[in-house]
Design a protein around this ligand. Sequence first.
Ligand SMILES: [Mg+2]
Length: 199
Amino acid sequence: MRGRWPGITLSCDANSAYKLKDADHVVEFDAFDLLMIEQPLWHDDFYYHSMLQKRLQTPICLDESIRNRRDTLAAIEMESCRIINIKLGRVGGFSEAIAVHNAAQERGIPVWCGGMLETGVGRSHNIALSTLENFTLPGDISASARYWVDDIIEPEVTVSLAGEITIPDTAGRGYEVRTDLVERLTVRKETIRALELVV
Ligand SMILES: [Mg+2]
């Protein structure tokens, strides 16, 4: 890839494929001038990532290891990574995602928003999150048309040739759920009765 396109931004995600015994091999990735190597080691590790990062010129990005703000602080303190991938689902929603973003920003660690296969609902949340100012690296958010014939939101998400998404200026997420389409696509319905809380 690098030989064919010497000038493009490239990064890779190992999804925990390596062990520390592979360090000599992973260090060779420095030759490819990558933006980052994501999650090379175990999904629950900070210590061995910090040892590997010491040997690498290329920044390590942590994804699965970062579940909350506390993990973020530990990873940065231990110098286990120089970039963090924030996924709303992985950290448990907006409050924690913003806390991770802020903790990273205060310590000079850039972040980006991971994702891919969301329907428009998840996609629109990812777009909203990505408007925070420390999301400075290219994210995973793609156009609705990349995965869906008909996305279940309107307007559908479009990405320009420059790889940019124009943010709607309406309130909230800026995208409406197409309830008629959801209705048409529904194959099964179940009603869950909420318990009434007595205090
Ligand atoms: Mg990843």
